[in-house]
Design a protein around this ligand. Structure first.
Ligand code: 1GP
Length: 245
């Protein structure tokens, strides 16, 4: 199965977000082994900026120490590695910055084609989380207000109609407030493609309520960076939800 097919599986899934800037090689190797042991579904790899970490080294360590699919979640056009399994080809449909809707894609397209990576056309939607995030600043775009679930749903619908294969709603890394269950549910009911939710998920309770309200895949970065031992517990929670049905 390729990554797009894996995203479409009926069960709830867990992605660990790895920012190559945040972990040294030893920490990354240890986190990778924990994720492998715990049965995590994906690694998402990327960051708004890469200032010290190496994307290539990061992907190599993930691949050498696990058989978990590695999916690039690029913060810019430089974050392409042919060692990964797939790339989220992100169109920032919550914003009105043409560079993030199509401009960067034109620049990246030939490199991505040469890389041979599986391309997952992704409708990326930033949702307001109470304070400006790195990605809203770097993308020069406004997030969708947190209480405007109708705007979020119509944006997701439009993305699906444009042919995007997955919707990723993100409150931003380290968000103060996660995306609400109400918005998650409303968006999920509005589209047939898988819905990914991330940003600020820190507890098993939150993970559970986001998945039960309709998210197909939950993405967690910050919390696992500060406490990698939680990976096992969070992955067990996802398994438990799937077994309950
Ligand atoms: C950010 O959705 C991801 O783009 C994950 O956010 O780091 O807050 O878990 P956290």
């Amino acid at each position: 199965m390729n990554v797009t097919e894996l995203f479409n599986r009926p069960q709830k899934q867990l992605a660990v977000l790895v920012d190559p800037d945040k972990l040294n090689n030893d920490q990354l190797e240890s986190l990778t082994k924990k994720a492998q042991k715990s049965g995590v579904d994906y690694f998402f790899v990327g960051g708004s900026l890469l200032t010290s970490g190496s994307l290539e080294t990061c992907v190599r360590i993930l691949k050498e120490n696990s058989n978990i699919p590695v999916v690039l979640f690029p913060g810019n056009t430089y974050q392409v590695s042919s060692r990964a399994d797939a790339i989220l080809f992100l169109s920032l449909i919550s914003g009105r910055n043409p560079d993030m809707l199509i401009g960067m894609h034109v620049i990246a397209a030939p490199y991505i084609k040469m890389s041979g990576l599986e391309v997952v056309p992704t409708g990326y939607m930033l949702i307001d989380s109470g304070k400006p995030t790195a990605v809203s600043y770097m993308s020069n775009s406004f997030p969708i207000p947190a209480d405007k679930k109708d705007i979020a749903a119509c944006t997701a619908m439009a993305g699906e109609m444009l042919g995007l294969k997955v919707i990723y709603m993100d409150a931003g890394s380290g968000a103060q407030h996660t995306i609400s269950e109400e918005m998650t549910e409303f968006v999920k009911q509005s589209v047939d493609v898988p819905v990914i939710i991330g940003g600020g998920i820190k507890t098993e309770e939150k993970l559970e309520s986001i998945l039960l309200s309709g998210a197909d895949i939950a993405v967690i970065g910050n919390k696992f960076e500060s406490d990698p031992d939680l990976i096992e517990r969070f992955a067990a929670k996802v398994r438990e939800i799937n077994e309950r049905g």
